[in-house]
Structure formats: structure tokens, C-alpha cells
Ligand binder design. Structure first.
Ligand code: AGP
Length: 606
């Protein structure tokens, strides 16, 4: 997902450094090129762009400095056109410069229409925005009219900023389907993709609503709705701590965020009693739950399904957001839709939320970013307290989603008299004890690096298997490994191995077996033996009781011993060794696990 930043300050103030500071706060979103545009003293547009990291852009600026009181900047996650300097943003003409996060779906038609009036240089969809505004200006429109008219022609999702030659005193920004925030400073104003980009400068933030656009001068934001009516949007005080974006004593954000999980679980659960005010009051009348999410958040939803049906006896469906609304789902009356999203900006999940709202279905968002679009548009919202999750691979957000879903399950089970108060209190006490159990495991987990080195590092592929709630954990472990070490990995229900996947097993294939000592243990052991009989190299993850089993002692190639944990809570604990296995494998392969290739922290395009 791209990141955009803009600054308007007083004449004489140089804001190029601020543009770079804002961009660096957006690096976590994933990108492959970066650029800035400013207005020079003579009123001309001046750009610097570079393929690769922001440091490449800084090299360019060192060689050829730029200086201005107004500018826009961009980190690009390529959608249309390879990562290179031409396709990097800003996309500019002699009259305007544009940075854009999103996708213009009708760009081909617009490009064809303007081909004889504008010379296109790039392969990007974004350049059509530059072209439409440039042509409007050449036809005599004012900058405000040129942008207002252009916005009505764009289809798709966008958050944009536009700079105008000979106008060093304002920029225009707009959002539709992708987030955009305005920062209120002292004698200067800022625009950014999220509060993280703006927190170095201010915590006074205005979030534009979908369709809004705004004229930003150094003193104020003049905001308009999609039909050009002036509108006021509230100024909030962001809670994003500018110090939260640092690695502390850790080598990588992912490592830091893995080790933050005991505290995150504590904070999120402690907050649940307060957060529960964000829940619909009549949980008893809910006939069915429909959970929609993507990626790791989807895996959290799969685990919640087991919990909600087992304890609260509520029929629960879980769908990938990108599939859900296209399959013409049958939605029962009194369904509660739960949208799970760390970023709160995932386009597919947001589209599903809007689909439910069109169907008049009650929507509950479980998000980590309370100022996000999904949080703001859902009927109800409860938030995880994971703090900003910078690493692209989700870890602390995942376990904090699980703790909220566990607490929601208990609340629903109690309200529906599906479990006794005593049973609920017993589980709540185990949740309260969980952070220490996680901490104890993490503090003695250093040996996992050796297992990664000896058993996974050289693998071409890996299988993760588990039963019950260990099956979604197997999916999550496979996702972690593939997304940061680029080793192909699959998660499977252990009982499914015989129905095809066991054909994959041959000598040396790593099989990561997630086997808490629960009601599935014996069956999982049999599935494990079936793979070992065919040359699979088992990494066995279980409690002391489990790893002491004879067949494990005799044949497993490696074991990871977990603390004893209540079956209900095992997914939260057993996620940890898988996160560490993936982290260490990526580290040993020399990859940048915080910003893996091809990935973005939040996918704001469908
Ligand atoms: C998780 O490690 C991935 N980075 C990815 O699958 C992520 O969970 C997914 O894109 C959903 O993001 P969201 O939770 O912000 O909606």
C-alpha cells in the first residue's frame, strides 16, 4: 500500500526534511520506490524520485538539494507499472504534481480519451489524474475547479495530493476508498495517509470522510464533500505516540512485536470490560455470526468459529473478504457481522462491511487502529490495544484479536446461558494468567533459532498440520513462514493429510506438527506417524507430556516444548513458536522480514 505526505508552511521555511520524516513513518506499509515534489521560488514544480528505499531518494537530494515551503511526497507499492523512476510518484506535468494511494479503475479509458491532449510518460494508472487536472487547467479552470471536476471522473479508490505550479501557498487533497488525514500544526499544515505519518509534527488530526476533498494552506483546511459543499470535520487528538515507531532494544520490528505480546494481551483483556460498551446490547438475539477478514485476521476468525460454536452455541461462518460478497451469500435475519482488521483499511474487508450495511446487517469491527475507516463506518467497534504494528507480518495484532474474540465468546456464552458463571470465571482467570505463561515461553525460546537453522532454512517447502483450533494455527504458521522467508508452506487440517497432501511427503520435508495435549492429541500423533513413515522430518510442538510420548522421543527430528495451557487458550500460546520459527528462518536467509518483498502492511486495493 502506498504512503503519501504533504506539508504547507510559511515562505522561507524549508519542509523537505519534514516530507522525508513523514515518508519514513510510512515505510512499514511496504514500498519499492519513493519521490517528492516541491514548488521552487520561481513557482516551478521540482521533483526528485528514486527506485528502492527512501535512502536512495535521500542520496538524490544530497546530490541535488531541493528547498521549499510546500511539497508532497510518496512511497509507492507498485500496482500498475514496474518499480522504476518514471513510474515513481509524484506523477507530474509542467502545471501539476500528483501523489496517489489506491487504484484508478477507469484509467485506461481516461488515458485513451486524453491521448491527443496529454503526453503520457509512465505506465501508471495515477498519471491519468495528472493528465485530467492538467487538461482542465489548460482549458482555463482554476486549480479548485480543475480538481473538483477531475474527482468526478475517477473511478476506483484514491487518496491524492495535488501541487500546482505558481501556487506555493496551497495544495489540494482528496480521498475516496483510501484513508487520508490532515494534521494541524502551528503556522503549518500537514496531510498524510495515517496518523503515524503526522505524529512527528502534531497530534491534532482531522480524518477526511469518503468523498471529501480539501484545500490546505499553511493556516487551515477548507474541506468539501463529494458534491462540493463546504463541510467541517472534527479535529481529534491522536493517541499515536511518536515514540511508538522505534525498535527499542530489538533488531527488527517483528521481533519487538513478538515479544510485546504478553503486555498486549494484558492490556487488551483489561480493556475489554470497558470496550464491551462498544458491543451491541442484545447479543442474546443474534441468530448467526458472519466473520469476514483477510490473511492473519481471517485465521483469527477461524479460531473464533470453534470458540463461538463450542461455548456460545452460536452458528458461525467465516469468509475471506475477497470472496464473500461475490458468492451471493444468504444472510440470516439477526446476523451479527464481525469484520476483523488490524489496519482497519483493508479494501476487501471494508467492501464487505459496506455490503453488510447495504443489507441492513449489524456490523461489529475488531480493529487495531481506532481512527481507521472500518472502525468509523461499522455500527459497533472494539479495539485491540496492540499499539502500532509496524512489521508487515502480523503477530501481536493477531494474538490481541484472539483475546478480544475469546472475551466476546465468553460474553455471548454467558448472555445466552450457554456456560455457567463459574465456567466463565475459570476461563477468565486462565486468560489473566496467560501473559505470564507467554512470557515464560518467550524468555526460553532462544533454541528455536537452531531448529530454524537445522530443519527449515534449507527447505524448499514445509507443511504445518494441526487439529481443532490448532488447524487455523497451522494455517497461520504457514503464512508467517512463506510471507517473510519466501519458502513455500501450507497449513493443513492434520486429518486431511490422507486425502491428498500426504503425496507431497518425501525424504526431508519439514512437517511442523502443532499438538497441544488436548482431545485431538492421539489423532494428531497418528497423522504425524503417517508422514514420518514416508520420510517427513517432524518438528513437534506440544507440552512436556506430549513431547515425552515415546514415538515423539524416538522419531521427531526436533521438539518445541510448550508450557501447560488450557485447551481453549492454546491457539494464543502456540502461535508464538511459529512466529519465531518464521522470524529466525527469514533472519538466517538474510531477508528484511519487517518489509517483505511484494507485500504491504495494509492492502487498500481490491
Ligand atoms: C499477516 O501477516 C499479513 N500481513 C496479512 O495477511 C494481513 O493479515 C492481511 O492483509 C489483513 O490485514 P488487516 O488485518 O489489516 O485487514
Amino acid at each position: 500500500m502506498c504512503g503519501i505526505v504533504g506539508v504547507v508552511s510559511a515562505k522561507g521555511k524549508d519542509i523537505v526534511g519534514d516530507l522525508l520524516t513523514g515518508l519514513k513513518r510510512l515505510e512499514y506499509r511496504g514500498y519499492d520506490s519513493a519521490g517528492i515534489a516541491v514548488i521552487t521560488n520561481s513557482g516551478a514544480i521540482d521533483t526528485r524520485k528514486a527506485k528502492g528505499k527512501i535512502s536512495c531518494l535521500e542520496e538524490k537530494l544530497k546530490a541535488e538539494p531541493a528547498k521549499s515551503n510546500i511539497g508532497i511526497a510518496h512511497t509507492r507499492w507498485a500496482t500498475h507499472g514496474e518499480p522504476n523512476e518514471i513510474n515513481a510518484h509524484p506523477q507530474f506535468s509542467e502545471l501539476v504534481a500528483v501523489v496517489h494511494n489506491g487504484i484508478i479503475e477507469n484509467y485506461a479509458a481516461l488515458k485513451a480519451e486524453l491521448a491527443d491532449r496529454y503526453v503520457f510518460k509512465s505506465q501508471t494508472d495515477t498519471e491519468v489524474i495528472t493528465a485530467v487536472i492538467t487538461v482542465n487547467l489548460k482549458e482555463g479552470m482554476s486549480p479548485k475547479a480543475a480538481v473538483s471536476s477531475a474527482l468526478k471522473r475517477l473511478k476506483g479508490a484514491f487518496a491524492i495530493e495535488v501541487l500546482f505550479a505558481d501556487h506555493p501557498d496551497f495544495l489540494i487533497c482528496a480521498r475516496k476508498g483510501a484513508p487520508l488525514a490532515i494534521g494541524h500544526g502551528k503556522g503549518e499544515m500537514y496531510v498524510g495517509s495515517d496518523s503515524l505519518a503526522l505524529c512527528p509534527f502534531t497530534n491534532k488530526i482531522t480524518y477526511l470522510e469518503d468523498g471529501d476533498w480539501a484545500i490546505i494552506t499553511k493556516d487551515k483546511a477548507e474541506i468539501f464533500t463529494a458534491d462540493d459543499k463546504p463541510v467541517t470535520r472534527k479535529i481529534t487528538t491522536s493517541t499515536t505516540d511518536k515514540n511508538s515507531v522505534n525498535k527499542g532494544f530489538f533488531d527488527h520490528y517483528m521481533q519487538k512485536e513478538i515479544f510485546e505480546q504478553p503486555k498486549v494481551i494484558t492490556d487488551t483483556f483489561a480493556n475489554f470490560k470497558k470496550a464491551v460498551k462498544g458491543l451491541p446490547s442484545d447479543l442474546k438475539s443474534v441468530s448467526r455470526i458472519s466473520i469476514i477478514a483477510c490473511g492473519t485476521s481471517y485465521h483469527a476468525g477461524l479460531i473464533a468459529k470453534y470458540w463461538l460454536e463450542d461455548l456460545a452455541r452460536v452458528p458461525t461462518d467465516v469468509d475471506f473478504a475477497s470472496e464473500f460478497r461475490y458468492r451471493s451469500p444468504v444472510i440470516a435475519d439477526d446476523t451479527l457481522a464481525i469484520l476483523i482488521s488490524q489496519s482497519g483499511e483493508t479494501a476487501d474487508t471494508l467492501a464487505a462491511l459496506r455490503y453488510f450495511k447495504e443489507q441492513k446487517v449489524k456490523t461489529l469491527a475488531i480493529v487495531n487502529v481506532t481512527e481507521s475507516t472500518i472502525a468509523r463506518e461499522a455500527d459497533f467497534m472494539i479495539n485491540t490495544l496492540a499499539g502500532p504494528e509496524i512489521a508487515v507480518a502480523s503477530t501481536k495484532a493477531f494474538t490481541s484479536q484472539l483475546i478480544l474474540l475469546a472475551a466476546l465468546t465468553l460474553k455471548m456464552a454467558r448472555e445466552r446461558d450457554a456456560i455457567s458463571a463459574q465456567k466463565a470465571e475459570e476461563i477468565e482467570q486462565k486468560i489473566a494468567d496467560l501473559p505470564k505463561v507467554m512470557q515464560d515461553f518467550l524468555s526460553t525460546s532462544g533454541y528455536i533459532k537452531e531448529i530454524a537453522k537445522d530443519k527449515v532454512l534449507g527447505a524448499q517447502s514445509a507443511l504445518f498440520i494441526g487439529r481443532g483450533t490448532s488447524y487455523p494455527i497451522a494455517l497461520e504458521g504457514a503464512l508467517k513462514l512463506k510471507e517473510i522467508s519466501y519458502i513455500h508452506a501450507e497449513g493443513y487440517a492434520a486429518g486431511e493429510m490422507k486425502h491428498g497432501p500426504i503425496a507431497l511427503v518425501d525424504n526431508g520435508l519439514p512437517i511442523i506438527v502443532i499438538a497441544p495435549f488436548d482431545k485431538y492429541f492421539e489423532k494428531t500423533l497418528s497423522n504425524m506417524q503417517e508422514t514420518m513413515a514416508r520420510g517427513g522430518e517432524v518438528i513437534f510442538i506440544s507440552s512436556a507430556k506430549g513431547v515425552e510420548t515415546k514415538v515423539v522421543k524416538d522419531f521427531a527430528k526436533a521438539v518445541i516444548t510448550m508450557p501447560e495451557i488450557d485447551d481453549f487458550l492454546s491457539p494464543l500460546l502456540y502461535a508464538l513458536p511459529l512466529q519465531l520459527l518464521a522470524y529466525n528462518t527469514s533472519l538466517l536467509r538474510g531477508f528484511d522480514m519487517d518489509q517483505p518483498r511484494n507485500l504491504a502492511k495494509s492492502v487498500t486495493v481490491e
